[in-house]
Write a new protein. Structure first.
Length: 275
């Protein structure tokens, strides 16, 4: 039989190895850490345009595709980062079976550009709504810029109605993320169960800003690119809706629900080689 000293050494070695294993593989899931912010996003490299399918979730086995979206991350000459997205939706398919149903195809385009400084702070955000049948001039433009008084200065301007021309100041912390309401989120790095944060949404479909509370609620599995994939589920709640985002463990967003009235829209990332 091993001596008592040998047994102590064996037990100590086992405890050290077990502790290292827990620290590496188990403990990170219970350490909440800092939630996603622009600083983590700008540390990511440039990306090629990512394509998403937009579908209406009608509760069946197969969703009804009504559009597509593209987004990309580009580094600027001044060291900042530009997040650009373009969403195209056919209103005929979008509002099918709702009070807003239209007989003819009407194609909407939502263009969003967010500029973030090298320090990871919001510089400006701009969202535009265009209707293909009305030409290249936007029917609604939403612009947001942070002020020195921890406020976000939001300006709405419309070419179709003076009622949509107004300005609003809302509370804003420098690290808060701000998004247009319809663009896909490309990545949410560094997620941990229990993280909570607030995002300001400039919602083009309701022409008003909204504050969304987000929380990472659990780990789950979904089928993506034909394979079961482990994902974090992020739940988003606002005064008038709730939605979810499914994020791969490395931070890549695979699927997300959009905060839209009357219909449930889902964006699904199209796989690329290497993802």
């Amino acid at each position: 039989m091993p001596t008592i000293l040998t047994r102590i050494l064996i037990a100590s070695f086992w405890l050290i190895c077990t502790g290292m294993l827990i620290y590496r593989d188990v403990l990170p899931e219970y350490l909440v850490g800092e939630p996603p912010d622009w600083k983590r996003m700008v540390n990511k490299p440039e990306t090629r345009p990512t394509r998403w399918l937009i579908a209406v979730d009608e509760g069946g086995e197969k969703n009804r595709v009504v559009g597509q979206a593209f987004n990309e991350i580009q580094k600027r000459a001044d060291g900042g980062t530009a997040f650009t997205s373009r969403v195209k939706i056919d209103a005929k398919g979008l509002f099918q079976g709702t009070p807003l149903q239209v007989a003819e195809s009407t194609k909407f385009q939502f263009v969003n550009t967010t500029i973030v400084t090298p320090q990871g702070l919001l510089d400006q955000i701009k969202a535009e709504v265009l209707v293909e049948e009305l030409g290249e001039k936007p029917i609604l433009v939403i612009q947001g810029m942070p002020t020195n008084q921890n406020k976000l200065d939001i300006r709405f301007s419309s070419s179709i109605s003076p009622l949509l021309n107004f300005r609003q100041l809302i509370d804003y912390a420098p690290k808060d993320m701000v998004r247009g309401g319809l663009e896909p989120i490309d990545q949410l790095p560094g997620l941990r169960i229990g993280q909570r944060w607030t995002t300001q949404i400039l919602q083009p479909m309701t022409a008003r800003p909204d504050s969304i509370k987000s929380e990472v609620i659990e780990l789950s599995r979904i089928f993506w690119d034909g394979n079961p994939t482990e994902v974090f589920i992020v739940e988003h709640k606002a005064s008038t809706f709730s939605a979810r985002t499914w994020v791969r463990r490395d931070g890549l967003v695979l699927r997300q629900q959009l905060p839209t009235p009357l219909v449930k829209l889902v964006l699904e990332r199209e796989p690329e080689s290497g993802n």
